[in-house]
Design a protein around this ligand. Structure first.
Ligand code: ADP
Ligand code: ADP
Length: 226
């Protein structure tokens, strides 16, 4: 079953740049989908259209059967982890993680339970009282993920989240992401320009180029052609 359907998505920026050119794709619930393509091919524009940060010029975004094309970001049930994490520097790890939850109008015991679960899953218990500046980039990444996961989104978007890390740390974080993906009932959409990463992570691969989709298929079909 498809959790996300994108139909005829087009984005023309005010300066006339055609960044995304009438694309269609679907993502199966529970999949680890990787969107891959060279710099400037329209990956970020696509992601930001899904979360509602960029209004599409044309097309539809349908999540779980619901048309969310014009829904405000906070009503979309889609999480986004930025490349540079964007943690609040003046808040502790714990405060960063519950910041969004507190605005969701949930009972306090639900907030506490979700916080404890995510701290456990991300192995952040020992760091909960620290400010972001005392964390390594791998630890910051875990906080950024925790902050999105705790909201239990239907879809979690990751915009080149391992971009600035050295190779060893990247490999470790990849294993971590695969573990988290297995443990959760969430669909991941992961953007990268790194083909080897796509091969290691993806169930489904969407290859973009020049604002278009060149392939959208299970990873074996995209990379094991005869
Ligand atoms: P990618 O994420 O694959 O690097 P982007 O979605 O960032 O690609 O960009 C796609 C195209 O749109 C590029 O040509 C880029 O220069 C252009 N672009 C991105 N943002 C804007 C903007 N705010 N205004 C005008 N052009 C933009
Ligand atoms: P990424 O590839 O991760 O999207 P970029 O460096 O392409 O990062 O874009 C960073 C910011 O600059 C984004 O907000 C994007 O919308 C904007 N941007 C990118 N290309 C252009 C452009 N040609 N004109 C105006 N803004 C742009």
């Amino acid at each position: 079953e498809n959790v996300l359907k994108v139909e005829g998505l087009t984005k023309i920026y005010p300066d006339g740049t055609l960044a995304v050119d009438d694309i269609d794709f679907q993502i199966k619930a529970g999949d680890f989908c990787v969107i891959i393509g060279p710099s400037g091919c329209g990956k970020s524009t696509t992601l930001h259209s899904l979360v509602g940060k960029i209004p599409p010029t044309e097309g539809k975004v349908i999540l779980d059967g619901k048309d969310i094309t014009h829904a405000p970001t906070y009503e979309r049930d889609i999480g986004l982890v930025f490349q540079d994490f964007q943690l609040f520097p003046h808040l502790t790890v714990e405060e960063n993680i519950i910041y969004g939850l507190k605005r969701m109008d949930l009972p306090k015991d639900v907030i506490d339970e979700r916080l404890e679960n995510v701290l456990e899953m991300m192995q952040l218990h020992e760091l909960r009282a620290r400010p972001p500046k005392e964390l390594s980039s791998g630890q910051k990444q875990r906080v950024a993920l925790a902050r999105s996961l705790v909201l239990e989104p239907k879809l979690l978007l990751l915009d080149e989240p391992l971009g600035d890390m050295d190779y060893k740390l990247q490999k470790r974080m990849e294993r971590e992401l695969l573990r988290i993906h297995r443990e959760l009932d969430t669909t991941f959409v992961y953007v990268t320009h790194d083909q080897t990463q796509a091969m290691r992570l993806a169930d489904q691969v969407i290859v973009m180029n020049g604002g278009k989709i060149e392939h959208s298929a299970p990873v074996e079909e995209v990379y094991n052609e005869p």
